[in-house]
Design a protein around this ligand. Structure first.
Ligand SMILES: [Mg+2]
Length: 349
């Protein structure tokens, strides 16, 4: 097995501000795994909250892990070893999705067919970052000229406080009043318990479909006070990384948002989905600053997920990879074997 790593700089079309800061560029790490004449692909979007706040940490831990010997192990054993050795999940996700890509290609199947899953069918939401109302107006009104788009995810929890959040949201409602687009809200843990109570009531009167991560990571004990009598469904994201977190918080949430970069790839993602469904929870899949490779890996399992937020590649200038595309508002994989995506090697070797 030959493993090549490629570092690629990504630039966003529109900077994305969330409650914790602004992102306008990143460097992602791509794995090209070659064995038996088959080339398979994986991608790591490093992130502080995902165990590696720089590309070098992700690369070094991945190289150390590969050198520790994984050749004779099954994907499930590789997954367990990575968890035991505390490999950053975002780094490990790249290897995990490349291994599944390889396995599916070897079986001459797409990943969704390999697992017996349906193709993606839920439209993706498109994320709108925290911005002053005049920028929100410009951005939302431009986005909805694309008639394929059926859902927006509005980032709130702004450092300026909930009055500013309300201004942002009111502009979104104003700008979308003539369309029947779904509106979801992600506070990224930017609210106190009291702010969250006020905002959830306020948003529930204004078309919001659900609220994602109202309280900050570490504040999960307060979820029970928010859950009782909640006017909107609560979905946790930062508070839920692995399947064991689903069990821990299942009593006081309506759903969980999984991300391949948070959990370490497709292997753990399937476990999270099964656990969440067995607790009767709604499921969602989101993304970090990912290109088409990681997005396609996520889309490969999105056919059994209730809410899809696989949109980061649409905001890249340019997307260094090819494979994922939008059809009727749904983020689709290509019809190729595996997850169907790859880095455009000619441009980024
Ligand atoms: Mg989120």
């Amino acid at each position: 097995m030959i493993i090549n790593l490629h570092k690629v700089n990504l630039k966003k079309k529109y900077p994305l501000q969330i409650s914790r800061g602004v992102h306008n560029k990143s460097t992602n790490l791509f794995i090209e795994l070659i064995s038996d004449g088959i080339n398979a692909w994986g991608e790591c979007a490093p992130g502080k909250t995902e165990g590696a706040n720089s590309i070098d940490i992700a690369e070094n831990s991945l190289l150390d892990f590969i050198e520790s010997g994984i050749g004779s192990l099954s994907i499930y054993e590789v997954n367990k070893k990575a968890k035991d050795l505390n490999i950053p999940p975002c780094a490990f996700a790249a290897l995990d999705m490349a291994l599944w890509d390889w396995k599916a290609k070897k079986s001459r199947l797409s990943i969704n067919d390999l697992f017996g899953l349906p193709k993606p069918s839920m439209p993706t939401s498109i994320t709108v970052g925290i911005n002053p109302p005049e920028i929100i107006k410009e951005r939302v009104e431009e986005l909805i000229t694309n008639k394929e788009i059926r859902a927006l995810k509005i980032k709130l929890g702004s450092p300026e406080g909930i009055d500013f959040d309300k201004e942002i949201y009111e502009q979104v409602i104003q700008s979308t009043k003539n369309s029947n687009i779904s509106i979801r809200v992600d506070a990224n843990g930017g609210w106190s318990l009291d702010d969250a109570k006020i905002m959830m009531k306020w948003l529930s009167d204004r078309k919001a479909e659900y609220i994602e991560q109202p309280l900050k990571e570490g504040d999960e004990d307060n979820l029970k006070y928010l859950f009782k009598g909640r006017p909107l469904p609560i979905i946790i994201d930062e508070s839920c990384r692995f399947s064991e977190d689903v069990v821990k918080h299942s009593q006081y949430v309506d759903g969980i948002n999984l991300k391949l970069m948070k959990c370490g790839g497709i292997t753990e993602a399937l476990k999270i989905l099964n656990t969440a469904k067995s607790f009767g929870l709604k499921t969602m899949i989101g993304c970090m600053s990912e290109s088409s490779v990681a997005i396609s890996a996520g889309a490969s399992i999105s056919g059994i997920i209730d809410y899809v937020d696989l949109d980061s590649h649409y905001n890249l200038d340019p997307d260094p990879s090819e494979g994922a595309f939008m059809q009727n508002g749904i983020t689709m994989t290509s019809n190729k074997y595996g997850h169907g995506a790859k880095l455009k090697l000619d441009n980024y070797a």
